[in-house]
Ligand binder design. Structure first.
Ligand code: IMP
Ligand code: MG
Length: 187
């Protein structure tokens, strides 16, 4: 799906498909160089990171394994508690593995910080993070993102895996919705 298909609901496009492709290729070249000769496991957090995982993994020039995790974060009111529940766990034993977490976007960083700690606690040999997007102004927890794509302003974005109420995940670029789309639901 493209911007033109949902233009009534889109305010503006923030990152084009071409920009996403070229950034992912550039990041994949770096990761391929850094992990060549090592056994790499990509861990993607469902569902948002799926599009990024597909594009990124295909742009790599080294073989990798992939696994998935579904997490939910619970926060009280406006402040996230940082308590994370595992909805669906990995099927891989991560002991001794080199892991690269693949994320769509790092917002507060709470979910990611929890996951990095959890994978280390399970005995991973190394844990690094790849994130296509970051909202630096929203960061609450310090997480080291080794492979970083685009920094974006503090705006709610959709597309390329990111959703609003489960919609727009299949948009092929990243965009900001018209405020009317959130009316009555989100500030
Ligand atoms: P964090 O724990 O606050 O960093 O939450 C990160 C997660 O929230 C991401 O993996 C997304 O699933 C979701 N998220 C954060 N910002 C956005 C956005 O602008 N649009 C859609 N989902 C978002
Ligand atoms: Mg996510």
């Amino acid at each position: 799906m493209q911007i033109a298909d949902v233009q009534d609901e889109i305010d503006h496009e923030l990152v084009t498909k071409a920009q996403i492709d070229s950034k992912i290729k550039e990041m994949a070249a770096q990761v391929s160089e850094d992990y060549r000769g090592r056994d790499l496991l990509l861990v993607a957090v469902l569902k948002g990171a799926v599009n990024t995982l597909v594009a990124f993994s295909q742009a790599l020039s080294i073989p990798v394994q992939m696994d998935f995790m579904s997490l939910s974060s619970y926060g009280a009111g406006t402040t996230s508690s940082g308590t994370v529940t595992v909805r669906q766990d990995l099927s891989t034993d991560v002991r001794g593995r080199h892991i690269l977490i693949v994320e769509d976007i790092v917002d507060s960083g709470r979910t990611l910080a929890w996951l990095v700690d959890e994978l280390k606690r399970r005995g991973a040999a190394s844990v690094e993070v790849f994130a296509l997007l970051e909202k630096p102004s929203r960061r609450e927890v310090d997480v080291d993102v080794k492979y970083r794509g685009y920094e974006i302003p503090d705006e709610f974005v959709v597309g390329f895996g990111l959703d609003y109420a489960e919609r727009f995940r299949n948009l092929d670029s990243i965009a900001v919705l018209k405020p009317a789309v959130y009316q009555g639901e989100q500030a």
